[in-house]
Design a binder for this molecule. Structure first.
Ligand code: NAP
Ligand code: ZN
Ligand code: ZN
Length: 351
């Protein structure tokens, strides 16, 4: 049976989010039914509802940093039971058979992963709806465990901001003594500082916001560079093994390239579309430097990140909001006024 529940939806790229009753798909034998307690607010939610990337299907219910409690499980579910605290991130399914899925890199599934919202369910072809809602139904293969040591409200952003920054840190083998920089101190950026520091790296933040300097140090930055000040930029020449660029809009990458060490990599995780202005190639060639991209992380890697956060006591710095305040939160996000992730208390949906 489908279940009729309440969520918050966008009906067009220009409308505010408003309450909407909708049907969740029928639970199958391998599914976990989750009552959503908290949901983080990612800049991707805003890009999606504003249709920045094209392909938005309305009504669109965003939310992919989901923490909830299992209310029931299907007959074939073995790893979860009612009462467990669990998480769901950006994906709810993938083909499960291709070479990438076999490696636990479901985000790079050859057939395309099924995303938590604005995707089509592989089996019943219904549209997926995200975590700004009362409940979600997800195959147990895409549900992760939340370590009991963590405050579940503040753990919600680990499901996207955490894994999206953890995956490149691990892929580029960041360890004790590595030099890592992060561009942009928002949701992803603040998790990148915390995770890189906990891995033992020397960590720098590039920001446009002078006011964020003290906060950045508290969050793990050893050095803070105002990216709009060329004299400050010159002090980190050839320094970084890895730069994680979290900026959500097209911006000039050229000023950051001199700060990469020989063989260094700048990895883009913010969605930019085409680079503007163009990227000059000579500084890359003259230092065997690389520009890369990365999207979220696989399910095994997400559990690895959560367990690491459990051991190290790492969660996001969150500002709790009621669902009724979501449109104001987006306005603040557009002004880079996020400290450092909004999390919706889903109990407010019943208010
Ligand atoms: N690849 C993936 O898998 C993945 C996953 C999640 C999110 N994303 C994308 O990552 C991006 C960041 O997401 P988020 O949730 O961290 O966003 P956010 O909380 O809004 O933070 C972005 C930060 O970037 C800086 N910034 C904003 N506009 C800028 C501009 N025009 N030029 C330079 N810097 C700017 C600001 O930091 P300062 O004030 O410090 O400059 C801002 O706080 C989004 O595009 C999102 O869609 C990608
Ligand atoms: Zn996200
Ligand atoms: Zn696959």
């Amino acid at each position: 049976m489908t279940m009729n529940i309440l969520g918050y939806a966008a009906h067009s790229p220009t409308d505010d989010l408003v309450p909407l009753r909708f049907d969740r798909r029928e639970a199958r034998a391998d599914d976990v039914v989750i009552e959503i307690l908290y949901c983080g607010v990612c800049h991707s939610d805003l890009h999606s509802i504003r249709n920045d990337w094209g392909g938005a299907i309305y009504p669109l219910i965003p939310g992919h940093e989901i923490i909830g409690r299992v209310t029931s499980v299907g007959a074939d579910v073995t790893r979860f039971r009612a009462g467990d605290n669990v998480g769901v991130g950006c994906m709810v399914d993938s083909c499960q058979h291709c070479a990438e899925c076999e490696k636990g890199l479901e985000q790079y599934c050859e057939k395309g992963a099924t995303f938590t919202y604005n995707s089509t369910d592989r089996i019943d072809k219904t549209i997926t709806y995200g975590g700004y809602s009362e409940k979600i139904v997800v195959s147990e293969n895409f549900v992760v465990r939340i370590p009991s040591a963590l405050d579940i409200k503040a753990a919600a952003p680990l499901l996207c901001a955490g894994i999206t920054t953890w995956s490149p840190l691990r892929h580029w083998k960041v360890t004790k003594g590595s030099t890592v920089a992060v561009i942009g101190l928002g949701g992803l950026g603040h998790m990148a500082l915390k995770l890189a520091k906990a891995l033992g790296a020397d960590v720098t933040l590039f920001t446009r916001s002078v006011s964020k300097e003290d906060e950045a140090r508290r969050l793990g930055a050893d050095t803070v560079i105002l990216s709009t000040a060329p004299a400050q930029m010159a002090t980190v020449n050839r320094k970084f093994d890895l730069i994680i660029d979290t900026v959500p809009y097209a911006h000039d990458l050229n000023p950051y390239i001199p700060s990469l060490a020989i063989d260094g990599t700048i990895v883009l995780v913010g969605y930019l579309g085409g680079l503007d202005p163009v990227l000059q190639t000579v500084p890359l060639i003259m230092g065997r430097k690389a520009v890369a991209g990365s999207v979220i992380g696989g399910i095994p890697e997400t559990q690895e990140m959560l367990d690491f956060c459990g051991e190290h006591g790492i969660v996001a710095d969150v500002e709790m909001i009621n669902i009724q305040d979501i449109n104001k939160a987006y306005e603040r996000m557009l002004k880079s006024d996020v400290h450092y992730r909004f999390v919706i208390d889903m109990a407010s949906l019943k208010a």
